[in-house]
Design a protein around this ligand. Structure first.
Ligand code: BTN
Length: 260
């Protein structure tokens, strides 16, 4: 299990991960981080667990979190509107894909909005949650799950074929601490770009790493299905789809299947 000392040694960030909570097991690192943030924990606080008993994914799904995976949450306090919060999901997805590329040499891609794919299979995901007030965002917790070295037999049958373990894809052992250090560096670097230059440079990088844009997709939105060509993502993180009839549709949240 990774300790606070392991993380502090060799960590090359300005603020991200300077305050760390490491657990053998928690229900969800996001839940713990949300409580810390509510109680005033500083921006950059990191929560890490060897396993989660109640790991959560997007859209209320369960997130299988056995030992061997990287289950982490970071607290951010950005000055943005709630509508801009999906930017942090895209930013973190970009940072995770860059980390995988850098550490393993594999081409990690992002399926909108937040699935990290390697060789077409899901190796990680991002869950962004926040607390708002009439003045805007109080805090955001970005949860990151990466199947670094997990036993896929622990995953439900239905997901096994579409899920990957990074070590297996890379063909070698990836150091958890090394991965975490690089990932925190990438997230912080992009977060500082967001603060200084806005979202456009992040979005450009996301587009470059996208497995979705330019493909024929079926998007399951909140109350509708949209089929067509994925043409772009906008500054609110919405997926823009051109349908067969030439209509432009905007999908803000949902699931996407890439069609052949
Ligand atoms: C998804 O793809 O649906 C998002 C998965 C996010 C999983 C991570 S693991 C660490 C953090 N704690 C949670 O309960 N969920 C996120």
């Amino acid at each position: 299990m990774i300790t606070e000392e392991d993380i502090k040694e060799g960590l090359a960030t300005k603020f991200l991960g300077h305050k760390v909570y490491c657990f053998e097991e928690v229900s969800s690192t996001n839940d713990f981080a949300l409580r810390l943030a509510r109680d005033g924990a500083p921006e950059g606080t990191l929560v890490l667990a060897r396993s989660q008993s109640g790991g959560r994914g997007r859209l209320g799904r369960e997130w299988c979190s056995p030992p061997g995976g990287l289950w982490a949450s970071v607290i951010l306090r950005p000055i943005i509107t709630p509508a801009q919060a999906p930017q942090l999901t895209l930013l973190t997805g970009t940072a995770v894909a860059r980390t995988i590329n850098c550490i393993t040499g594999l081409d990690a891609l992002i399926k909108w909005p937040n699935d990290i794919l390697v060789n077409g299979k899901k190796v990680g995901g991002i869950l962004t949650e926040m607390a708002t007030s009439p003045d805007g965002i109080n805090y955001v917790v970005v949860g990151i799950g990466v199947n670094l070295d997990v036993d896929l037999n622990e995953f439900p049958w239905a997901f096994r074929d579409a899920t990957a373990s990074l070590n297996k894809e890379a063909g070698h052992q990836v150091s958890m601490v090394g991965f975490l250090h690089q990932m925190l560096k990438e997230i912080e670097a992009l977060y500082l770009v967001l603060k200084e230059k806005g979202f456009e440079p992040i979005l450009d990088e996301w587009r470059r790493l996208s497995a979705t844009l330019g493909r024929r997709v079926k998007a399951l939105g909140q109350d509708r299905i949209v089929k067509g060509q994925a043409v772009d993502v906008d500054s609110a993180g919405a997926l823009i789809i051109r349908t067969g009839e030439g209509k432009i549709e905007r999908v803000l949240a949902g699931d996407v299947t890439i069609l052949r």
